[in-house]
Design a protein around this ligand. Structure first.
Ligand SMILES: *[C@@H]1O[C@H](CO)[C@@H](O)[C@H](O)[C@H]1NC(C)=O
Ligand SMILES: *[C@@H]1O[C@H](CO)[C@@H](O)[C@H](O)[C@H]1NC(C)=O
Ligand SMILES: *[C@@H]1O[C@H](CO)[C@@H](O)[C@H](O)[C@H]1NC(C)=O
Ligand SMILES: *[C@@H]1O[C@H](CO)[C@@H](O)[C@H](O)[C@H]1NC(C)=O
Ligand SMILES: *[C@@H]1O[C@H](CO)[C@@H](O)[C@H](O)[C@H]1NC(C)=O
Ligand SMILES: *[C@@H]1O[C@H](CO)[C@@H](O)[C@H](O)[C@H]1NC(C)=O
Length: 337
């Protein structure tokens, strides 16, 4: 599956090159393929918090205050425990067997959303608070951690100097908003204190309240970006892995302050993005209909038919999932990079 998909990508890339070249030979002005317009949105931003149960987030003022601005997804689920496999899944459509928070190098032939986005001429950035330098590949520095970065573990990104330029800090997010230069696909990881990991949900709520007022509440962002606040995982392993999730920004006005009970997972975000721009797919859980319902309010524009999953059939998503990288962590050997 991986190999055949990679070769499809290669063939597609070669065909793309060939046609660009041909164009040149005919003496025409070289132009890039037309960047598709989003069917339901032109920009998406995910902001991930850490390790909190649904009700705890829902009763914390910094989070609950935003309910009136958005659609609460009260049946959105993480895919496993602990943190890292959830972040990796958000980029690759699978946890690839990662079942801990170690330093992984997912082989460069494994495609991720970053390939799909770039193949269409669209843009992406991961904003990682406290990252010590643009494209830093180390494991940890201050309150920045690699395990909460959805792109870096993919060698196709993490070992490519050009792509590493898309992994930037909070300062760049503020600049991109003010310069009206937001990429199409964005991921924002608050640092280990602000995301509740090393603190608690009330600390994170206070941070979010400030972050909303100072940074997010800007027309350049909210008018044209579907913003999603979510959590990597629930805090209780023996419970269903449901996480508090809110959509706001570029959503229909009439849906502000509503609740959507559709069953979603982190794969739903991938699936929504893939259908929004006709990106194709990763052939992973992003195409598993059970776990990849698209956000309901976009389904019509995306011409996607969601499946109904009865409560009794909702997977608990609290178990280890094995795969390609099982047992392949480089652990401390790579931490000095
Ligand atoms: C690195 O990424 C850039 C931008 O996506 C791409 O054009 C280039 O082919 C990549 N290089 C390698 C060696 O994969
Ligand atoms: C939450 O975390 C902050 C910072 O670590 C701490 O000052 C505060 O006492 C904590 N609150 C609770 C309720 O644990
Ligand atoms: C998942 O939840 C079930 C039901 O509570 C429990 O039996 C199981 O041990 C949990 N799995 C893990 C890995 O905690
Ligand atoms: C998440 O954890 C909390 C606290 O243990 C629990 O009440 C809840 O049922 C869990 N799952 C969901 C579906 O929120
Ligand atoms: C699709 O997802 C469901 C729920 O997690 C799982 O039981 C099933 O095995 C998955 N199917 C495939 C083909 O991965
Ligand atoms: C990673 O390294 C630490 C420290 O040497 C060790 O305790 C731990 O067992 C290692 N984990 C894995 C998965 O190899």
């Amino acid at each position: 599956m991986h190999i055949s998909f990679a070769s499809i990508l290669t063939v597609a890339a070669l065909v793309g090159l060939a046609s660009a070249k041909k164009h040149d030979d005919h003496g025409h002005k070289e132009h890039k393929p037309k960047v598709p317009k989003g069917k339901a949105f032109d920009h998406i931003l995910q902001i991930w918090f850490e390790n909190t149960n649904f009700n705890d987030a829902n009763s914390t003022p910094g989070f609950s205050k935003l309910l009136k601005k958005g659609i609460l997804l009260d049946n959105f689920n993480a895919i496993t425990h602990p943190s890292e496999p959830n972040y990796v899944a958000a980029g690759g459509g699978s946890n690839f067997g990662i079942d801990d928070d170690d330093y992984y190098n997912i082989p460069a032939h494994v495609p991720s959303i970053f390939d799909l986005i770039e193949n269409k001429g669209l843009t992406w950035k991961c904003y990682q608070e406290d990252i010590p330098s643009v494209g830093y590949t180390g494991d940890k520095a201050g309150d920045y951690v690699r395990k909460h970065n959805p792109a870096i573990s993919f060698d196709a990104v993490g070992l490519n100097a050009t792509r590493l330029k898309n992994i930037v800090g909070h300062d760049q997010f503020v600049k991109d908003i003010h310069n009206d230069k937001l990429p199409n696909w964005m991921f924002y990881t608050p640092n280990m204190k602000n995301d509740a990991h090393d603190t608690n949900i009330s600390y994170a709520g206070n941070w979010l309240d400030n972050f909303y007022k100072k940074t997010l509440d800007h027309p350049n962002l909210l008018k044209k970006t579907l913003v999603m606040i979510t959590f990597d995982e629930n805090a209780s392993f023996p419970q269903r892995n449901r996480v508090w999730t809110l959509l706001f920004g570029d959503i229909p006005k009439k849906l502000r302050g509503t609740i959507d009970h559709t069953f979603y997972t982190h794969f739903s975000t991938l699936s929504t993005v893939e259908h929004n721009w006709d990106l194709g797919n990763l052939g992973q859980q992003d195409v598993n209909k059970t776990v990849s319902n698209v956000f309901k309010h976009t389904a019509k524009a995306l011409k996607y038919k969601n499946v109904h999953i009865a409560d009794k059939d909702v997977p608990w998503s609290n178990n280890t999932i094995t795969g390609l990288m099982t047992g392949k962590s480089y652990n401390d050997t790579q931490k000095a990079i």
